[in-house]
Design a protein around this ligand. Structure first.
Ligand SMILES: Cc1ncc(COP(=O)(O)O)c(C=O)c1O
Length: 444
C-alpha cells in the first residue's frame, strides 16, 4: 500500500478537529488558554497545525525538568516493560520503595514516611485525614485566597469562592486566616511589613473555631493567589501559633515543590519544619502522582486500611519521579535559581517601566506580574484596581502574535505567571520577557 500524504488522510487531525471533539465530548476546559498539543520537547510545544510555542507555563507548573525529558521518559519506558500496575498497597514494588526512601532524604526536617496518590487535591485530603487521626481534633485553618484543589475537602480549604459557586456544601469546620499578601495588605501595603498578619491566625482560631485544630494548611508561596511570597518571619510565626494549639503544620508544596522556587522545596527558604508536606505537579514531570510525607510518629497514626488508593504510587509514575529527582539534583535546581535571579531583575525593570505593572514577585522560576489600573479603585475598594481584562488580553496576544504560552492567575485573575520548565535557557527567557514587554506596549 502506498503511503498517504498527511493532507490526503481522510481524518487528518488538526487543531480544529481536536477542539471540536473536545466541544462535543470533553467537559468544560479552560477556554482562555487553549493551545492543542501534538508533541512537546524542552520548552517547546507543537500543535496539530505545525505551529510551535514557547511554553512558560509548564502545563500549570508541572514539567519542571522539561517536556520529554529523556531520562524521565527512559525510566518510565523501562518500568512499563517490567509491569504497569499491581496496586502499590497490595503488591509492594521497587519504584515505590525507592521513591519513598528518596523522598525521606530530600524533604525538609525529619519527614520519613510517604503515602502516594495521584494528584494534588488527593494529597491535601489525605494530609487532613492523617492530621485528624494523629491529633484527634477535627478543625482546619487555611489561608484566604489560598488554593488546595477542587475535590470537596480541598475545595473547603481553598479560600476563593469563585471555585465554589454552586458546589456547596463542602467540608465543615474550616476557617480562613489572612494571607501574607503585602501588596494588597490593608495594614501595611507591603511597606515596612513586619509579618504581623501571621498573628491573625491566633485571632481566627480564637473567634472562628472551637480551638481543637487538627491542622493549619498553607502554601509556602501562594500559587493560584498570584505568586504571593510571604515576608520574612511569617511562616515561622504561623508554625509557632499552630504548634501552640497542638495542631499540625501542613505545608502544601504541590505547586512549589520539586525545584520550582530554586530549592527542592520552598520550605527550605524558611526556618520551618513542616509536620506534613503535600506534593504533586512536578514530582514525576507530568506522570500523574501525588504524595504526602510525615514523620514516622505522625504517619504511624494511620492504621492498615485507614487510607488507600487503587492507582496511588503507580510504579511507572514512581520510576519517572525517581528520574525527575535525579535530574533536579543534577544541576536543574541550581539552574532555576540562577535564571530566577536574572528574571527578577528583568521583571523589576518592567515594573519600573509600566504603570500597569503593579508588582512583580517570586522565587526561583515561579514569578508573577500583577497588572493593575493605577488610576482606579476596584470593587470592594481594592486599589489599584486589579486589571483582569488586561491580563487576559496580554495572554491572548502572547499566544496569538508571539507564540508564547503564559498563564494568567491570581485571586483577582490579573497576574501573569512565569512558571516555565526549569530547564529553560537564558535566550528562551529573554524571548518571553521581551514578548511580554511588546504586549504591554501594544495594549497599554
Ligand atoms: C498548592 C496547590 N495545592 C493543590 C493543588 C491541586 O492539585 P491537583 O490539580 O493536582 O489536584 C494545586 C493545583 O494547582 C495547588 O497549586
Amino acid at each position: 500500500m502506498s503511503e498517504q500524504q498527511p493532507s490526503e488522510r481522510p481524518n487528518a487531525v488538526s487543531n480544529s478537529s481536536v477542539l471540536s471533539a473536545y466541544d462535543d465530548h470533553v467537559m468544560p476546559i479552560w477556554k482562555s488558554l487553549n493551545v492543542p498539543v501534538k508533541r512537546a520537547a524542552g520548552c517547546t510545544l507543537e500543535d496539530f497545525d505545525g505551529n510551535e510555542y514557547l511554553d512558560v507555563f509548564s502545563g500549570i507548573s508541572v514539567v519542571n525538568v522539561g517536556h520529554g525529558n529523556e531520562a524521565v521518559v527512559e525510566a518510565a519506558k523501562a518500568q512499563l516493560d517490567e509491569f504497569v500496575h499491581g496496586c502499590s498497597y497490595v503488591h509492594p514494588n521497587e519504584p515505590v520503595a525507592d521513591l519513598a526512601a528518596r523522598i525521606a532524604e530530600i524533604t525538609p526536617g525529619d519527614l520519613e514516611k510517604t503515602f502516594f496518590c495521584n494528584s494534588g487535591t488527593e494529597a491535601v485530603e489525605g494530609a487532613i485525614k492523617l492530621a485528624r487521626k494523629y491529633t484527634g481534633s477535627k478543625e482546619v485553618v487555611a489561608l484566604e485566597m489560598g488554593f488546595h484543589g477542587r475535590t470537596l475537602g480541598s475545595l473547603a480549604l481553598t479560600g476563593n469562592n469563585s471555585y465554589k459557586k454552586g458546589m456547596a456544601p463542602t467540608l465543615n469546620d474550616v476557617a480562613h486566616t489572612a494571607p501574607p499578601y503585602g501588596y494588597r495588605c490593608a495594614r501595611c501595603d507591603g511597606d515596612q511589613c513586619d509579618a504581623s498578619c501571621a498573628d491573625e491566625l491566633e485571632r481566627v482560631i480564637g473567634s472562628h473555631t472551637s480551638g481543637d485544630i487538627a491542622a493549619v494548611v498553607v502554601e509556602p508561596v501562594m500559587g493560584e493567589a498570584g505568586i504571593v511570597v510571604p515576608p520574612e518571619g511569617w511562616l515561622e510565626r504561623v508554625q509557632e501559633i499552630t504548634h501552640d494549639h497542638d495542631a499540625l503544620l501542613v505545608v502544601d508544596e504541590v505547586q512549589t515543590g520539586y525545584g520550582r522556587t530554586g530549592e527542592l522545596f520552598a520550605s527550605n527558604h524558611f526556618d520551618v519544619e513542616p509536620d506534613i508536606v503535600t506534593q504533586a505537579k512536578g514530582i514525576a514531570n507530568g506522570l500523574p502522582l501525588g504524595a504526602f510525607t510525615a514523620s514516622k510518629e505522625i504517619a504511624d497514626a494511620f492504621e492498615s486500611g485507614d487510607h488507600l488508593s487503587t492507582f496511588g504510587g503507580n510504579p511507572v509514575a514512581c520510576a519517572a519521579a525517581l528520574a525527575t529527582i535525579d535530574e533536579l539534583e543534577g544541576g536543574i535546581v541550581e539552574h532555576a535559581r540562577e535564571q530566577g535571579e536574572w528574571l527578577a531583575t528583568e521583571l523589576q525593570a518592567l515594573e519600573d517601566e509600566f504603570d500597569v505593572v503593579g508588582q512583580t514577585r517570586g522565587l526561583g522560576l515561579m514569578w508573577g506580574v500583577e497588572l493593575v489600573d493605577p488610576e482606579e479603585t476596584g470593587p470592594q475598594n481594592v486599589s489599584p484596581r486589579p486589571d483582569s481584562e488586561l491580563a487576559a488580553a496580554v495572554s491572548k496576544r502572547l499566544r496569538e502574535e508571539s507564540n508564547v504560552v503564559m498563564g494568567v492567575g491570581g485571586y483577582y485573575k490579573n497576574v501573569m505567571r512565569f512558571q516555565p520548565p526549569l530547564t529553560i535557557t537564558r535566550s528562551e527567557l529573554e524571548r518571553a520577557v521581551s514578548e511580554l514587554r511588546t504586549a504591554l506596549e501594544h495594549l497599554n
